[in-house]
Design a protein around this ligand. Structure first.
Ligand SMILES: Nc1ncnc2c1ncn2[C@@H]1O[C@H](COP(=O)(O)OP(=O)(O)OP(=O)(O)O)[C@@H](O)[C@H]1O
Ligand SMILES: O=P(O)(O)OC[C@H]1O[C@H](OP(=O)(O)OP(=O)(O)O)[C@H](O)[C@@H]1O
Length: 221
């Protein structure tokens, strides 16, 4: 039998929305996947030719870019940060809706005019995306890379502003911050390693088509 197709899925919040999509294309992980006591990271599925690996959201893109996994499910925020040429993102799965935004303390925002910025110090998990965004409008961005809880940075003087994901806006509000600009709307995508799309086309192309059909069916419903 040929090598299995590996699909990388993120550990975090996207997973709950991704599992029904996977089930709809006929891929259901073995019971160990849902077993909190299991330390396994690689799982067989109801399709004998497909295995799932569960990794951190940013690592989904890394596994797929290097061809260690042939497919993956990841937020478009991650794709914007890395901009890997080896990744093809053919299907917007319509899950994991949020936006990536610039936020600052409410007191600062009251008298602030973003058009007057020439240099900003920003705490973010997305330094590349942030630099690119500011550079495009002639603003120099000094980024402090954090891995979570960005909202703490302005009150503690680590940075004046943050670039982070916003969904309900609750985290910003509870930390005295306000959204001053949306950089991009975010949803999760099905991603494919470009080489695998050609060399394993027999398995990969029908899978991509199956995801496309499931998403189209949901949109139409
Ligand atoms: N508040 C949110 N609402 C909707 N989608 C979100 C939200 N926050 C994150 N996401 C999406 O889920 C993905 C994973 O986010 P999550 O917060 O679960 O990861 P994390 O726990 O920070 O990841 P890790 O621990 O691996 O760094 C993001 O890349 C984004 O696409
Ligand atoms: O607008 P809201 O609905 O409040 O959602 C936004 C929050 O969700 C994400 O964090 P997450 O909860 O994943 O924690 P993290 O800081 O570990 O990334 C994001 O980084 C924000 O902090």
């Amino acid at each position: 039998m040929s090598r299995p197709i590996i699909i990388a899925v993120p550990k975090g919040r996207i997973l709950a929305e991704a599992l029904p999509l996977l089930a709809a294309v006929g891929i259901e992980p073995e019971p160990a996947f849902a077993d909190e006591d299991s330390r396994a990271l690689r799982f067989a599925t109801t399709d004998p030719g497909i295995e799932l690996i569960r990794v951190r959201a940013f690592d989904v893109a890394t596994y797929v870019a290097h061809g260690a996994a042939q497919l993956g499910i990841v937020g478009s925020d991650v794709l914007l940060e890395f901009d890997y040429s080896e990744i093809y993102a053919p299907v917007d799965l319509g899950i994991g809706h949020c936006r990536i935004s610039i936020a600052e303390p409410a007191a600062l925002a009251a008298a602030d005019d973003p058009r007057g910025w020439s240099h900003v110090r920003v705490a973010t998990k997305y330094p590349e995306l942030t630099r690119r965004h500011f550079e495009a409008r002639g603003v120099q961005a000094e980024c402090v890379k954090l891995n979570g809880a960005m909202e703490l940075a302005p009150t503690l003087g680590l940075a004046t502003r943050i670039v982070d994901l916003v969904s309900s806006g609750r985290t910003l509000k509870d930390n005295g911050l306000v959204e001053v600009e949306v950089i991009a709307e975010v949803t999760s995508r099905l991603i494919v390693n470009r080489a695998a799309f050609k060399t394993r086309a027999d398995r990969v192309v029908p899978l991509v088509d199956a995801f496309r059909r499931v998403v189209a069916g949901r949109t139409a419903a």
